[in-house]
Design a protein around this ligand. Structure first.
Ligand code: ADP
Ligand code: MG
Length: 155
């Protein structure tokens, strides 16, 4: 499996994809979310976090860099590295601790952390297309591959 490309027509469909991804990850792994401002990275992250059972708000971590969630014994770390001045700052943020326990790490703008982030289980690339979005899912681990195989059967 070399990946998957989906056409996601609106925000509701993006949320539904997030729920499907939540089910697959079961709250573990590293997911990169890439795409321009307004592509839908936070919308998809919100769908994943809500899909794991979180009922409160999911704010963009633009200014805080990371927003933590505790959901039924699972921990999720939602990063937005857009404003990271230097990838080395991730060391001071304690990135190794975040990654240590196989929690779910959702990372928007991973390019900003180049050299200080491990390879993800899944890279997600979102592009605007007509009124909706194309979403490419690229696995980098056997776990990521199994998520893609499962998601392919849904579409
Ligand atoms: P990002 O985090 O990539 O900057 P956001 O998720 O904050 O983007 O914003 C995406 C915007 O696009 C929101 O206004 C959302 O309603 C809209 N959107 C998200 N997914 C879709 C989609 N599949 N089709 C059309 N609009 C979408
Ligand atoms: Mg965002």
């Amino acid at each position: 499996m070399s990946g998957l490309e989906l056409y996601i027509e609106d925000e509701a469909a993006m949320t539904a994809l997030g729920h499907a991804l939540a089910q697959q990850t079961a709250g573990h792994g590293i997911v990169f979310l890439e795409g321009d401002l307004g592509a839908g990275k936070t919308t998809l992250s919100r769908g994943i976090i809500r899909g794991l059972g979180h009922s409160g708000p999911v704010k963009s971590p633009t200014f805080t860099l990371v927003e933590p969630y505790e959901i039924n014994g699972l921990r999720v770390w939602h990063f937005d590295l857009y404003r990271l001045a230097d990838p080395e700052e991730l060391e001071y943020l304690g990135i190794r601790d975040y990654l240590a326990d196989d929690d779910l790490c959702l990372i928007e703008w991973p390019q900003q952390g180049k050299g200080y982030l491990p390879q993800p289980d899944l890279e997600i690339i979102i592009k605007t297309h007509n009124d909706g979005r194309t979403v490419r899912l690229l696995p980098y681990s056997t776990r990521g591959e199994s998520w893609c195989v499962a998601l392919a059967t849904l579409t």
